[in-house]
Design a protein around this ligand. Sequence first.
Ligand code: NAD
Length: 249
Amino acid sequence: MTLDLTGQTALVTGGTRGIGRACVEALARSGARVAFTYRSSSAEADALVEALAEEGFETMALQSDAADAAGAQDVVARVTDRWGRLDVLVNNAGITRDRLMLRMSEDDWDAVIGTNLKSVFGYSKAAYSVMMRQRSGRIVNLSSVVGVMGNAGQTNYAASKAGIIGFSKSLARELGSRGVTVNVVAPGYVETDMTAAMPDAARQAMLGTVPLGRAAQPGEIAAAVLFLASPAAAYITGHVLMVDGGMAM
Ligand code: NAD
């Protein structure tokens, strides 16, 4: 069993930076043709397609807001029109709008649930009909330790990430007999733009709770995603793989 995805087609939501970008790179370097979505940064998306083309890999960037379920149908149709199949879906796009409950607005709630959780519904729904027809497919959803442990100031984010776990386990049960696996990767503290935006004191406090004593690099999360997308993980479904330096054990 290998991590070789030669001949396969993958789709990553929110692929221009951070963990999503690392997933695009890892999947492409393992042999898959990779499509990825982005919300607004066309220049970054084009640069990534070009950089991977220089390495000899075929990728495709598609602009679509992850929360838009009709957009998800359109993105998946464009991938299958071009490449004829869809083997791997990575639901990565995510945002934070951290505030204590007292100050959290309905808009903060809706934005985070829409981008983080509704997007997983939209893309999974668009992908699974293709995967069911193929009788094979891999869906890997990005949750977070916060979805398991909770975190003050992140009720909206934690709800979205816990929701992803319940959604994934349910879909894993629905699709198991069709040869489609659904798994979750739950990162701890990863060095990306998302965590760079946190106050320094909060970052230091979080680091103090990591037994391995450091933050993860995006590629360390992508390695877990690649494993779950690969033939090596054929008998794993409905699993939540914590990639957190021991934070949530
Ligand atoms: P990031 O902010 O660096 O990147 C997020 C990506 O999602 C970007 O490419 C962004 O453009 C995209 N995105 C955001 N909203 C979008 C939308 N509406 N439509 C399309 N794309 C959109 O964040 P990251 O740290 O790389 O996080 C990636 C995933 O991992 C998220 O789901 C996040 O919740 C999760 N995660 C991150 C950490 C961490 O410590 N960084 C920890 C646990 C979980």
